[in-house]
Design a protein around this ligand. Sequence first.
Ligand code: DQQ
Length: 531
Amino acid sequence: VTVKQIHRTGFHFRPKRHWINDPNAPLYFNGIYHLFYQYNPKGSVWGNIVWAHSVSKDMINWKALDHAMYPSKPFDINGVWSGSATVLPGNIPVILYTGLDPNNTQVQNYAVPANASDPYLREWIKPDNNPLVVPTKDINASQFRDPTTAWWSNGQWKMLVGSRRKLRGMAYLYRSKDFFNWVKAKHPLHSAPNTGMWECPDFYPVLLAGKKGLDTSVNGKNVKFVLKVSLDLTRYDYYTVGKYNAAKDKYIPDNTSIDGWEGLRYDYGNFYASKTFYDPAKKRRILWGWANESDSSEDDIKKGWAGIQAIPRTVWLDPSGKQLVQWPVEELNCLRGQKVHKNNVKLNKGDHVEIKGITAAQADVEATFSFPRLDKAEKFDPKWVKAQDVCAQKGSKNQGGVGPFGLLTLASKNLEEFTPVFFRIFKAPKRHVVLLCSDARSSSLGEGLYKPSFAGFVDVDLADKKLSLRSLIDHSVVESYGAGGKTCITSRVYPTLAILGDAHLFVFNNGSETVTVENLNAWSMKSPRVD
Ligand code: DQQ
């Protein structure tokens, strides 16, 4: 059956067909970026998982290779699940991954390139001394998976395996002198009550100042650590920032960071099972995350594919030390084509102005909005804890004081459909509260879709009375970066009218305070080779 592919993304990573989920073992090796991912070679729902493998010189244009791993040995005959890469001294890449054995016990295995001088590392061998780690009696054998990149500290390799004990989520710590004999540490590196299974943990250092990334084994005075976990129960990726005591092998989140689902997220939308890696070529840390579909599995089967990877993001610590900042890798800019520029566009209450001259269904938009004063900001209700609830209540259509203002993406000509990405500013007793919202409720007239009003708060200084927004719009995805990447939201949307050449882009303001689009650049985005 041929289906008109109106929702297929143009510049986000995805295979030609079928289902994808977690990015696995992202790696830079001898000039090449590798991306593996969980893939169903037989259909567009989860199942029959293999490790698909693609390579790239820029993380934008990709070449698909043969699958790197599939179930073939007693230690992974029922599944080759997620894992990570570590480059050992002597420039030897190794993959740690979870295998499901004949009893469906989750065990941790390793794989090595058959030929490390093959520039693409096409073929991977799973040696017979696997598994490296099996769950001891005290561990839940069906909740024990997703080994991290290993780091070297205090004369030993360390790695984490995600798990849970009843409702307590945890990251078990293992140590090894030689990378092959692993011993479980007495205490997990970290755990937290009422968080459920910790999938795909990720643990890495960040510099206190600057955007440079660090190799996973670096520690020191000017370094903090990030622990990310993917919470199975909510399907979002949460992180804390804290200190890692390598001698005691303890991670302690700062008191500004909380564990669990009231904590910080990489992305307040559709973004899960993410993983970072250190890119030694450009000295940066890069984050890959999976953006699954929000349509029905019947739709996925009809269209023949499901799942994309979000654009890889550079991550670094915000100068406040309290959170991370993320930004699309600079290589993405090479896809920018036709450009339109606007400045000084005044938006009064109820205005929306079209940005013409680009392919609005496949675009990159950067805008800075300013407002003369904040005294019209609506009152913040201290009962509002979840940003998403505030967005659902206030939306883009309810008039506000300062905001809602921002972009109407993937909009039909007469606004029967649109995905608004906007700010709304509130006044709390001693501060202002900034909300960034990506509201899918009006995104489509289609049926059977999940259309959440995703939102996050933005911890930003409003002294200069400006807010910036960048949105990557790609047919069925709107990936937004608020305030230079302090708060990110990815929405998956499926317009029926605002498709291909019929998609439009607007700037809008629905607050009583006038807002100025100080500066806006929008580009049509070219399609790289992604499959
Ligand atoms: N997906 C993998 C697991 C992981 C989960 C299986 C997260 O290893 O815990 O496809 O999406």
